[in-house]
Design a protein around this ligand. Structure first.
Ligand code: HAM
Length: 416
């Protein structure tokens, strides 16, 4: 029979790598609660319209990368390619604007993009992200960015670069887009067919194109930077100033436009020198119109999301250690009930405990104890049962001692 493989661009995660995931997930929960973020879990599929309206119908994500399907009632649904639109949808639908203060959310979960798989790029990948609503202060932008950098540093990810830009707002962007369109039209045939189409739709998306020819031409195009309105300029200056209070270094990158249409004002990305082509560890920015565009109140928003597989690639040296196992062995099958009861008591005490029901003799059980990585094997035999004691074999040193059952707890506290 043909073997069924996991779909292209997906992967199974298991031990020992899974321990890095546990470590990272715990770190996220602990770190972001310090800034009063609360976890939010939204469905992994949504009405397709949420993403076409939220992310923008001209974006690569919406045009090429969405897993969209019709369900049995002919509704168009999409596996979420990102979570900002979903968090906004959830806040509007559940009226969280009234219920939760401050309006700060974090999430951890799978996202789906039909992208060309390679190292660090998958079709199902895991993001963690944060979103702050109802605060337009530039210091919040700086705090969000600081938290991203500080979190990576706490994970000992040091070789990173922060790119920062302002992408303007509905006050200044339309005039800039006219200028950009005009300049792009003058370059005409030098662009790929995709980019030529973008000139009339959303010419900002030309900056996303990875074709070397287009990148070269894009290098000559006018930049939003020189066309910001006073409010955007002031906001950007205040963000930079607050970043300096927080000791965060950054590079201004006037070509950083981000691949999603909802951004206004601040946009940023963190890349790693240790990753290859897929070097973006995280990206985010402000989205002051998205909440209203999706039917909510006129309310500001800012956040970022990080690719967790890419972070995991940096965690070679970290991870929760393998659990130290206690193995309870029995010399003859008749002592199995004692072994089972001892295992129950030890698990209640918090130890990971394994009993092998298949191996019928001690030699086989010792082999098994090695296989499951036991630190100690506790042995029950006639002698031990009669005298109310237990033998303990240290699996590393192979030394064996016998102690009274009433001293077991004390012994484990000292030696485990
Ligand atoms: P994004 O830049 O599209 O932003 O994705 C954020 C991060 O997700 C990327 O920097 C990358 O690390 C990771 N990522 C994206 N695509 C893949 C992939 N195919 N495989 C592995 N990792 C990937 C967003 O998603 C926005 N929602 C961020 C945001 C939150 N903006 C404001 N709030």
């Amino acid at each position: 029979m043909n073997e069924i493989k996991a779909p292209k661009g997906t992967r199974d995660i298991f031990s020992p790598e899974i321990r890095k995931w546990h470590f990272l997930e715990n770190a996220i929960h602990t770190y972001y609660r310090k800034f009063l973020y609360q976890e939010i879990r939204t469905p992994i599929f949504e009405h397709s319209e949420l993403f076409s309206r939220g992310i923008g119908s001209e974006t690569e994500v919406v045009q090429k990368e969405m897993y969209t399907f019709s369900d049995k009632s002919d509704r168009s649904l999409t596996l979420r390619p990102e979570n900002t639109a979903s968090v906004v949808r959830a806040a509007i639908e559940n009226n969280l604007f009234e219920a939760i203060a401050p309006l700060r959310f974090y999430y951890i979960g799978p996202m789906f993009r039909y992208d060309k798989p390679q190292k660090g790029r998958y079709r199902q990948f895991q993001q963690f992200g944060i979103e702050v609503f109802a605060d337009d202060s530039p210091q919040v932008d700086a705090e969000v960015i600081f938290s991203a950098i500080d979190f990576l540093k706490k994970l000992k990810i040091e070789d990173i670069r922060l790119d920062l830009n302002s992408v303007g707002c509905p006050q200044c962007r339309p005039a800039y887009l006219q200028v950009l369109r005009k300049a792009a039209r003058a370059e005409g045939d030098r662009f790929c067919a995709d980019c030529r189409r973008k000139i009339d739709g959303n010419p900002l998306r030309i900056f996303d194109c990875k074709q070397p020819g287009c990148m070269e031409v894009a290098g000559r195009l006018p930049l939003i930077h020189d066309h910001l309105c006073a409010a955007c300029r002031d906001h950007f200056a205040a963000v930079r100033e607050a970043l300096s209070w927080m000791n965060v270094s950054f590079q201004i990158n006037p070509r950083l436009v981000r691949g999603l249409d909802y951004y206004t004002k601040t946009a940023f990305e963190v890349t790693s020198g240790q990753l290859g082509a897929q070097n973006a560890l995280l990206g985010g920015g402000r989205y002051n119109n998205l909440i209203q565009e999706l039917g909510g109140p006129d309310m500001a928003g800012i956040g970022f999301a990080a690719g967790m597989e890419r972070i995991i690639l940096h965690l070679e040296h970290l991870g929760t250690p393998a659990p130290k196992v206690l193995f309870v062995a029995y010399q003859e099958p008749q002592w199995l009930p004692h072994a089972v009861q001892m295992a129950q008591v030890l698990r209640e005490e918090g130890y990971p405990v394994y009993v092998d029901y298949q191996a019928k003799n001690l030699k086989k059980q010792f082999k098994r104890a090695d296989r499951v990585g036991a630190a100690f094997t506790l042995i029950l035999a006639e002698d031990e049962i009669q005298s109310g004691s237990v033998s303990i074999k240290d699996m590393a040193s192979q030394e064996q001692i016998k102690i009274s059952l009433k001293d077991l707890n004390e012994w484990l506290k000292k030696n485990y």
